[in-house]
Design a protein around this ligand. Structure first.
Ligand code: ARG
Length: 478
C-alpha cells in the first residue's frame, strides 16, 4: 500500500477497489471517534512489536529508531490535542500508522510486518482494560475502607433488620454496612480473576492464522507485562469473552451499588429518617421548597440498567459470530468504555458519599452520611423485633421451638392490641402465656440483649462486628 493510498482511504484500500465509499458508509464503518481512546495502548503495543521485529532481524536497527522517534512524536501530538484524527482513516490504528509513515517514511510502512489490525485491536483492548481494572480495583478498596469507617463508628447503633422490608430482628448498623463490604470485596476478587484472562497477548496471531515471520511472541508479552500469549490464533483475534466477563463483573458491582442506593433512598424518606446524605449529593425541587432529593443514589440505581444493558449488548454481539475476526467486534468498544466510565464515577462518588473525604490533617473522614441512631432504635422497638428472642428464651426453658413460636405469636397479638412493645408487657402478663417465663426475660426482650445474643461467626453481636472490622482492615491495609 503506498503512503498516499493509506492517506486517503476514500480512494479505496488498494488497486482492487474500483469505487470510493459514500460519506454515510464511511461514517458507519469508522470507529476513530471512539477508539482513539486506545491511542496510548496502541502506541505501546506498536513499540513492543517493533522492538521484537528488530531483535528478530525482521526490520533494521535504523527502522526501529525511526519508528521509536515517530511514535514518540505522535504521542506528543496526541497528548497536546494536536493530532489530526481523520474519519477517512477509519480507526485509531490506521490513523497512527498513516501519520507514522508521513513522519518517517518506509520504516513506518514496515511496522505492520507480521501483524494485522485483528491481533492489534485485540491487544489494545486487553492492555487498556487491564489498566482500567487496576484503577477500579483501587476504587473498590477505597469504597470498602469508606464503608468500614462508617461501620466502625456505628457498631453499637441498633436498627431494625428487615426481611420482606418488614421489621425482622434488630441488627447493628455497623453490621449492615459490613454486608456491603463483603459484596464489594467479592467484586474486587472477581476483577482480579478476570484480569488474569485479560492479560494474555493476541499479537502474533496476525489476521487469523499466525504469520510466516519468525516472531518472538513471548518477548512481546514480556515487554507488555502480559502473563503469556494466546495459544490459538483464531481464538486470539476473535475472543471477546474477557470483555463480557469484565462487564458481568461490572454489572454486579453496579447491582451492589444499586441495592445500597435503594436502601439510602428508603432510609432518607421522612417515613424512616434513618440517615441523611450530605447536601452536595442531593438536589432541590423547582416547585416544592421543602424537598431534598437523593438524586445521586437514584442515578446510580438508574445507571445500573445501563451497565446491565452493556452486558447484554456484548454477549449478544458474540452470539452467532463464526471464527475468526468479524467487524461486529468493533462494536465492543463503546459499551466497554461506558461501562468503565460509569462504574468508575459511581465508585468514587459512593466512597465519598458514604464515609466522607479523608482529612489529611486529622486522618479522619468528614462529610459522609449522618446516622440518626434514635430513629433507627425507635423503629426497631416498634416492630416486635425481639419476638424471636422470646421464642429462643422459651426454648432454653425446655419448650420445643415450634411451640415457643406459637406462644410468642399470642404474646405479640396481645401487645399489638395494646399498642405496646413486648418488653412493656408486665411479668405476670407474660407468664400468662407460659409459666416458665421469669424476670430475666426482660434482658432478652431488650434490643441490646437481642444483639448480644447473636454471637455466631458473621452474626450481629457487636463483639462479632468488631472482629469482622478488624479482619477487613487487615485484609485491606495489611
Ligand atoms: N477498528 C477495528 C475494530 O475495532 C479494527 C480491526 C479491523 N480489522 C479488520 N479486518 N477490518 O475491530
Amino acid at each position: 500500500m503506498s503512503s498516499n493510498q493509506l492517506d486517503t482511504k476514500a480512494q479505496a484500500w488498494s488497486a482492487l477497489f474500483s469505487e470510493p465509499m459514500s460519506e454515510l458508509v464511511k461514517r458507519y464503518t469508522a470507529s476513530v471517534f471512539f477508539d482513539k481512546r486506545l491511542a496510548n495502548v496502541d502506541i505501546r503495543g506498536s513499540l513492543a512489536h517493533a522492538h521484537m521485529l528488530q531483535a528478530q532481524h525482521i526490520i533494521s536497527a535504523d527502522d526501529l529508531a525511526s519508528i521509536n522517534s515517530g511514535l514518540a512524536q505522535i504521542q506528543t501530538e496526541i497528548d497536546a490535542g494536536e493530532f489530526n484524527w481523520q474519519l477517512d482513516l477509519e480507526d485509531v490504528h490506521l490513523n497512527i500508522e498513516a501519520r507514522l509513515t508521513q513522519l518517517v517514511g518506509d520504516a513506518g510502512k514496515r511496522l505492520h510486518t507480521g501483524r494485522s489490525r485483528n491481533d492489534q485491536v485485540a491487544t489494545d483492548i486487553r492492555l487498556w482494560l487491564r489498566g482500567e481494572i487496576d484503577q477500579l480495583s483501587e476504587l473498590l478498596a477505597e469504597l470498602q475502607r469508606s464503608l468500614l469507617s462508617v461501620a466502625k463508628r456505628h457498631v453499637d447503633v441498633i436498627m431494625p433488620g428487615f426481611t420482606h422490608l418488614q421489621v425482622a430482628q434488630p441488627v447493628s448498623f455497623g453490621h449492615h454496612m459490613l454486608a456491603y463490604v463483603e459484596m464489594f470485596s467479592r467484586d474486587a476478587q472477581r476483577l482480579a480473576d478476570v484480569r488474569k484472562r485479560v492479560n494474555v497477548l493476541p499479537l502474533g496471531a496476525a489476521a487469523l492464522a499466525g504469520t510466516s515471520y519468525p516472531l518472538n511472541r513471548d518477548m512481546v508479552a514480556d515487554l507488555l507485562g502480559m502473563e503469556g500469549v494466546c495459544q490459538n490464533s483464531l481464538d486470539a483475534v476473535s475472543d471477546r469473552d474477557f470483555a463480557i466477563e469484565f462487564t458481568a463483573a461490572a454489572a454486579i458491582i453496579m447491582v451492589h451499588t444499586s441495592r445500597l442506593s435503594e436502601e439510602l433512598i428508603v432510609w432518607m424518606s421522612q417515613n424512616f429518617g434513618f440517615v441523611r446524605i450530605a447536601d452536595r449529593f442531593t438536589t432541590g425541587s423547582s416547585i416544592m421548597p421543602q424537598k431534598k432529593n437523593p438524586d445521586v443514589p437514584e442515578l446510580a440505581r438508574g445507571k445500573t440498567g445501563r451497565v446491565v444493558g452493556h452486558l447484554m449488548g456484548l454477549i449478544t454481539l458474540m452470539k452467532g459470530q463464526p471464527l475468526a475476526y468479524n467487524k461486529d467486534n468493533q462494536e465492543d468498544k463503546e459499551p466497554l468504555f461506558d461501562t468503565v466510565d460509569t462504574v468508575r464515577d459511581t465508585l468514587r462518588i459512593f466512597a465519598e458519599m458514604m464515609g466522607g473525604q479523608l482529612n489529611p490533617a486529622t486522618g479522619q473522614r468528614e462529610g459522609g452520611i449522618t446516622v440518626n441512631a434514635q430513629a433507627m432504635e425507635q423503629a426497631a422497638l416498634r416492630g416486635y423485633a425481639t419476638a424471636t428472642d422470646l421464642a429462643d428464651y422459651l426454648v432454653n426453658k425446655g419448650l420445643p421451638f415450634r411451640d415457643a413460636h406459637e406462644v410468642v405469636a399470642h404474646a405479640v397479638k396481645t401487645a399489638i392490641a395494646q399498642d405496646i412493645d413486648l418488653s412493656e408487657l408486665s411479668l405476670s402478663a407474660l407468664q400468662a402465656f407460659d409459666a416458665r417465663i421469669e424476670a430475666d426475660v426482660f434482658e432478652c426482650l431488650s434490643l441490646r440483649g437481642s444483639l448480644n445474643a447473636r454471637q455466631t461467626t458473621g452474626g450481629t453481636a457487636p463483639s462479632q462486628v468488631l472482629l469482622q472490622i478488624a479482619r477487613h482492615e487487615k485484609r485491606l491495609d495489611g
